[in-house]
Design a protein around this ligand. Sequence first.
Ligand SMILES: Nc1ncnc2c1ncn2[C@@H]1O[C@H](COP(=O)(O)OP(=O)(O)O)[C@@H](O)[C@H]1O
Ligand SMILES: [Mg+2]
Length: 221
Amino acid sequence: MIKVEKLNKKYKMGGETVEALKNVSLDIEQGEMVAIIGPSGSGKSTMMHILGGLDRPDSGEVFVDEESLSKLSQRKLADYRNKKIGFIFQTFNLQPDLTSIENVELPLIIAGKNSKERKKLAKEALTKVGLGDRLKHKPNELSGGQRQRVSIARALVNSPKIIFADEPTGNLDSKTGANVLELLKKLNKDEGVTIIIVTHDNDIAEQCDRIVRMKDGEIQK
Ligand SMILES: Nc1ncnc2c1ncn2[C@@H]1O[C@H](COP(=O)(O)OP(=O)(O)O)[C@@H](O)[C@H]1O
Ligand SMILES: [Mg+2]
């Protein structure tokens, strides 16, 4: 479903060049739940951003369902980000002035859904993550685990086939993190969503179908 071919990405900072990704290749099957682990600075987020269409490589290709991301028009790429994938960040990335339901409605506005349908779908997604009773709360009125569940609801509200989660439990205590993982596992099992999760937590990695290890911008064989 996802085919990554020889990705390279360099960052120039001042006089220094960092090789964030060096010839990274990887295949991910539909319905897999894959953990990506590795030390800080090993290129995990860089790879996730490229897979999620948030950044572009210097060279190499990402194919999703046999379509090359680099060949998509801006409009098709925006569509890919909005409908085909969901992205979950360590820091949640919620809009602080919006309520839970309004945050979850955002991808539906982009998708062109009308207000009535948005409310219905956003409420369903929040109910699915156990927040049916927190629709009108703003992020600062929620716990960390609840905020992450709002961001999961936002990621799944357009029924994506793939969810990318970059250290989704990194800002949560271990019990809350375990709950978030359970939720992702359930989406994977019950709905067949392909999940790629970056984590520092070995317990989490071991619950996935497969572990991919990165070091210094490379995948360890
Ligand atoms: N926007 C950027 N500008 C400059 N250097 C960056 C940028 N993003 C990442 N890097 C560098 O690229 C390397 C890989 O970073 P990253 O992909 O964030 O690693 P990880 O997620 O595994 O911690 C690091 O050395 C980091 O400092
Ligand atoms: Mg990172």
